[in-house]
Design a protein around this ligand. Structure first.
Ligand code: IVH
Length: 707
């Protein structure tokens, strides 16, 4: 599936292309996360979404040094939507990596074996169970009493949906058995097919929009602000995991499921132990044949390493545990006509082609649009307007165009000509060398870019101004009220004009102005992210904020880097040759030359500096809080592992070091604090000695980290 995502196979990509594509994938995936998790309104199919993530994962696997600070692999879902109180999860609610075929499952077992350093004879048991297509939920019990339920949100912070969950029949208020003082039971809330159909029939009778699928209906039901409505929806749950737990209750995943059952939680009756990859794959096949007869939607099988001590050692990598994987079912397909290709202009000027399809029902959902990603994708698949195409989706709304049926092509059809001018502002649209994206060169002259930048500025992860969404920005810009981000903070001076707007009473204006005032103080990381610099996502915003500490320090370093960059010809692009400020920027974890270039280009544009200065004059941008480095000997230190480690695998050593706050890098420089050497260390050990960097044996290292 992944090979269909882009013109170039992953093993053929040049580093430049890979870097570019990773940037594109990061922003695309972030957008989809937002529509899916926050607005309950996905705009692409699950299959399409998974393909994007997989492509990202494949490129990252081949180019580990290009993994971005804001890599989608690190993120789960989107931040909590307003309307519910926010809840910090004591233990993050994470996501799962995906396997799309049997080989991926074998690879998973292989990775577990290598990470744990297990002999070939050692059996790896996994618990396999259906992956429920619902919403994850965390239920907190204190002294056996139900005290709180939270949705996943972005994995760190969810929404408090206690009142709604309390209406669910399957969730008891008290646990009759003896349980630890604090337990958080996690699982999936879903709606059965019969219930889903009944709800939609009722909505049709009431002339209300129907839900696209059971998952959306379950989400809509659980996130009702009025819990009496939730009470009318027969939501169900399967429990499968835990969050905070005052004391351990099991030694294996399987025993934990048995404990859940004893405590009265619904556990999926199809769960089973599989003792190797072949057995797991056979289980996947067996359940896929059962799938149509189940009363609930499932979209794959989840395998979890059974031994909890192994789970503990395997730990997590970015957004997902190393000890579990979701083995997805293949996508559903259908045939339709691609009526028109339209072009959307994004915040950074990227022109994205969109396929407008003759509406068609695939697996119970009507779909009418699909993104075509870029010009290469259109050319590679040979897509033309008027073509009959095969589309596919798995579980959700908008599909992917898989192939064109050439024999159904109309006689008068012509290849699609990608515009060489921006359809919004008429500026030249260009494709930079090695870029898949064609961009409008209009910058802030282009109304579409300007508008998208403003929308990004007020979006949830950025300034998150309550009551000021994309639609308001559209209207305010059209009315000349808001042209630049700084204008938002001048709206109070235009309050008379606001009050005259149709449908806006004093109360709504006062509320809006109050929420704008609340955002006059903003953390540096959000401020940087809100600027909408190409490739700079939330994680990079955070990295930059942590590194530079204050707005003044960041801007002056960026201006210095900009002038260094402007004075260095492209052929000397290597970070160190450009200058100290530029190389300092490139040294930040996850920031490569291409991202650094985008940042300095942004700061190099007088219009952008004007926007920043304008904002700085009316806002208080908070300095970044530095992390507490007191707790661990190696927090904040840069470590390089080299040679063959004997007591643990390289991956486990790296994970442990990172968990203790260290940064693990691949090459030795004068910034390296320690080099840990195993057997046959090679040139890195020599380089460390030359540079006077302390060299530790594996044993010294174990002593240093206290274990
Ligand atoms: S185990 C640490 N088991 O799938 C994560 N997840 O795509 C442990 N899901 O976030 C998750 N059925 O919301 C697990 N039987 C199952 C599941 C399941 C559905 C969801 C869950 C997770 C998402 C990842």
């Amino acid at each position: 599936m992944s090979s269909e995502r882009s013109a170039t196979a992953v093993d053929q990509l040049t580093p430049e292309q890979a870097e570019q594509e990773l940037a594109q994938l990061a922003s695309e995936i972030a957008e989809h996360d937002l529509s899916y998790h926050q607005n309950d309104a996905p705009t692409i199919s699950d299959a399409d979404y998974d393909a994007l993530r997989r492509r990202n994962q494949d490129i990252e696997a081949r180019f580990p040094n290009l993994v971005r600070a804001d890599t989608p692999s690190e993120k789960v879902g989107a931040t909590a939507s307003s309307g519910f109180a926010k809840v910090q999860h004591a233990v993050p609610m994470l996501s799962l990596g995906n396997a799309f075929n049997d080989e991926d499952v074998h690879d998973f077992f292989g990775r577990v074996r290598r990470f744990l350093g297990l002999e070939d004879e050692e059996q790896i048991d996994v618990v396999a169970e259906p992956k429920i297509d619902g919403l994850s939920i965390s239920l907190r019990y204190e002294n056996g009493k139900f005290v709180m339920a939270a949705t996943r949100g972005d994995g760190q912070e969810g929404e408090n949906v206690t009142a709604n969950v309390a209406t669910m029949d399957e969730i008891s208020e008290t646990i009759a058995a003896a349980v630890p003082d604090v337990i958080e039971v996690r699982g999936e809330v879903y709606l059965g097919h019969a219930a889903f159909q009944a709800i939609n029939e009722q909505r049709e009778r009431d002339d209300e929009a129907t839900f696209a699928n059971p998952r959306n209906a379950a989400a809509g039901s659980l996130r009702q602000l009025d819990s009496t409505i939730t009470a009318q929806r027969p939501l169900q749950m399967f429990a499968y995991a835990w969050g905070e737990l005052a004391e351990p209750v099991a030694e294996t995943q399987w025993e934990f499921l048995q404990a859940l059952k004893r405590w009265g939680f619904p556990v999926n009756p199809l769960a089973r132990i599989c003792n190797n990859a072949e057995v797991a794959v056979a289980y996947h096949q067996e359940i896929s044949e059962l799938r149509a007869d189940l009363d609930y939607d499932i979209d794959g099988i989840v395998y979890k390493v059974n031994r909890l001590d192994w789970q503990q050692r395997l730990g997590f990598v970015s957004r997902a545990p190393r000890w579990a994987i979701a083995h997805k079912f293949p996508a559903e397909k259908a045939q339709t006509v691609l009526q028109e290709i339209t072009i959307q202009v994004g915040r950074t000027g990227a022109l994205t082609p969109v396929a407008n399809l003759a509406p068609i029902t695939v697996g119970g959902v009507v779909v009418s649009r699909a993104t075509l990603h870029n010009a290469d994708e259109i050319e590679r698949k040979g897509i033309r307007e008027g073509d009959t195409v095969i589309i596919q989706r798995a579980g959700d709304v908008i599909p992917q165009v898989v192939e064109v049926l050439q024999d159904k092509r109309p006689d008068d059809s012509k290849p699609f000509l990608f515009p060489n001018h921006c359809p919004e502002c008429g500026s030249l649209a260009v494709r930079e060398p090695d870029e898949a994206v064609i961009r409008c060169t209009g910058g802030l002259i282009c109304p579409a870019q300007k508008l998208e930048r403003l929308k990004h500025f007020v979006s949830r992860q950025a300034f998150d101004i309550d009551g000021l969404g994309g639609k308001h920005i559209d209207a305010f810009q059209a009315e000349g009220l808001v042209n630049t981000p700084g204008d938002i903070f001048r709206l109070r001076e235009n309050h008379e004009q606001l009050r005259k707007r149709e449908g806006w009473g004093d109360k709504s204006v006062d509320n809006l102005l109050a929420s704008i005032e609340q955002r006059r103080t903003i953390p540096l990381e959000r401020f940087i992210y809100a600027l909408g610099i190409r490739q700079v996502g939330q994680a990079t915003g955070r990295q930059l904020a942590l590194h530079y500490g204050s707005l003044v320090a960041w801007i002056s370093a960026m201006q210095q880097a900009t002038s260094e960059r402007q004075n260095t010809p492209d052929e000397f692009k290597k970070a160190e040759l450009v200058g100290d400020a530029f190389s300092g920027l490139c040294d930040i974890d996850g920031i490569g030359i291409s991202m650094a270039d985008d940042i300095v280009q942004f700061v190099g544009e007088p219009q952008n500096v004007a926007v920043i200065e304008d904002l700085a004059a009316s806002l208080y941008v908070e300095d970044a809080a530095q992390p507490d480095t007191s707790s661990s000997e190696i927090a904040g230190k840069t470590v390089v592992f080299t040679g063959t480690l004997e007591t643990i695998s390289r991956a486990e050593a790296k994970a442990t070091a990172e968990a203790l706050g260290a940064k693990v890098t691949g090459s030795v420089s004068k910034k390296t604090d320690f080099v840990v050497i195993g057997a046959d260390p090679g040139s890195k050990a020599t380089k460390a000695k030359d540079l006077g960097v302390p060299v530790l044996s594996e044993e010294d290292w174990q002593t240093l980290i206290g274990g």
